[in-house]
Design a protein around this ligand. Structure first.
Ligand code: PMP
Length: 449
């Protein structure tokens, strides 16, 4: 079958995520037959470089031989088992490895099956902790402006991206929102660090004011992903940890997008030298293979739920597929690759190659900023470099970038007027150079007229 046959069958039955389906009248979906490394291939032999790791999940390439082998073994041993009352080797091994590699004190692992589900777990666990500890009034959450934490109702409530959230507002719990440390808004000449410190004053004030009623502060450490890859300095997290300790409020680190080396360290929190009360992980957790997420917390939280059954303090949250053995085995193989191949070190020259290759964008007449944190690099394009005036969203310049790049065999997915790269770590420096060249042409195409 060729592409067209799949496109027709797809249109008849599928409703795609995050998509105005009418767009597909003129912009057909791309049917993918197979993947290998950073490349995806359609049914007519066209190849696409996956510069965004298929929604930030893939770490070591499609059809990675090592992860494939682990999964084949697991498949012949145990495909799935209920995780309530039962356990299995893959779930235990992955939990042991996570406790070993995540920031200090995070010693208990709770499994879920998607990033949003992990956020639900962390929010509920924090709230429930305070209930069990007798602090019944601690029911609220503080979140940053421009944040994204998923799209189930609890996770959506702590998001602050209008276009995802507004329509559902009547369904959502109220959340206290604090301005983002997003350094795009810093003054000319001001450092990321100074701006992040300056912005933290509002966070500290809010925590101090609401400490009695707040269960937790939730943040995406260092990079607000879906919020157009806006970035800030680690000092913000260091200060936030101290304030949460001072005012007796939990800190939830949503490392679903930034965990597993994306920011240059295994976890973003490491750069601030902090350990959150809850860390949420997903996406790269299974190497980009299977749906899986976890929340890690420390013993003090765990102990607040640990009691005689009759006291009804247990944490009641479950998903049918939580801790799925195949997904966990992929997770174990993923962490083994990190450890055996010293990936965090190996990524340093790759991050540098990204920086070098994109240097010329800084002088582009339509580029307001090129920013980078580790293996995430973002290019913010504007209508007018001098005034900072943005292109109207209705013009859909991002779609033009997408279409142009796709026609050349590059999968980008700009968010608003921000093009970003978050490639699998198996990308080569030559592929980076090619990817950036195509992006340069795509940008020039998109800003015309
Ligand atoms: N938090 C962050 C920071 C994310 O980037 C995402 C997904 N893009 C989520 C939560 C939600 O994860 P999922 O899509 O797996 O529900």
């Amino acid at each position: 079958m060729n592409n067209q046959a799949f496109i027709q069958r797809d249109a008849a039955v599928l409703w795609h995520p995050c998509t105005q389906m009418k767009d597909h009248e003129t912009l057909p979906v791309v049917p993918i037959k197979s993947g290998k490394g950073v490349w995806l291939e359609d049914f007519e032999g066209n190849r696409y470089l996956d510069a965004i790791s298929s929604w930030w999940v893939n770490l070591f390439g499609h059809a990675n031989p090592y992860i494939n082998q682990a999964l084949k073994e697991q498949l012949d041993t145990l495909e799935h088992v209920i995780l309530s009352g039962m356990t299995h080797n893959a779930a235990i091994t992955l939990a042991e490895k996570l406790v070993e590699i995540t920031p200090a004190n995070l010693s208990k692992v709770f499994y879920a099956d998607s990033g949003s589900a992990a956020i639900e777990v962390a929010l509920k666990m924090s709230f429930h902790y305070w209930q069990n500890r007798g602090q019944k009034q601690k029911t609220k959450f503080i979140a940053l402006d421009n944040s994204y934490h998923g799209e189930t109702l609890g996770a959506l409530a702590v998001c602050n991206l209008g276009y995802f959230k507004e329509i559902y507002a009547p369904l959502l719990m109220e959340v206290i929102t604090v301005p983002s440390p997003d350094c795009f808004h810093r003054e000319t000449g001001e450092s990321w660090r100074d701006y992040s410190i300056r912005r933290f004053a509002e966070m500290e004030q809010t925590i101090a004011e609401h400490a009695d009623s707040v269960a937790a502060v939730i943040v995406e450490p260092l990079v607000q992903g879906a919020g157009r890859m806006r970035m800030y300095d680690p000092v913000y997290l260091t200060l936030l940890r101290a304030a949460c300790d001072k005012y007796n409020v939990h800190l939830i680190a949503d490392e679903i997008a930034v965990g597993f080396g994306r920011t240059g360290t295994m976890f973003a929190c490491e750069q601030a030298g902090i350990s959150p009360d809850f860390i949420c992980l997903s996406k790269g957790l299974s190497g980009g293979y299977l749906p899986l997420s976890v929340v890690l917390t420390h013993d003090e939280v765990y102990q607040a739920f640990y009691d005689d059954y009759q006291n009804l303090t247990a944490f009641l949250h479950s998903h049918s597929y939580c801790g799925n053995p195949l997904a966990c085995r992929a997770g174990v193989a993923t962490i083994e690759i990190f450890q055996q191949q010293n990936i965090i070190q190996k990524n340093i020259p790759l991050a540098l190659a990204l920086a070098t290759a994109t240097e010329r964008f800084r002088d582009h007449p339509n580029v307001a900023e090129v920013r980078q944190t580790g293996m995430i690099l973002a290019i913010e394009f504007v209508k007018n470099k001098h005034t900072g005036e943005a292109f109207a969203w209705q013009e859909r310049r991002n779609l033009k970038v997408y279409q142009y790049a796709l026609s050349k065999g590059l999968l980008l997915r700009p968010i608003s007027n921000v093009i970003y790269f978050m490639p699998p770590y198996v990308i080569t420096e030559q592929e980076i150079a090619w990817m950036v060249d195509v992006t340069w042409d795509a940008l020039n195409f998109a800003v015309q007229g």
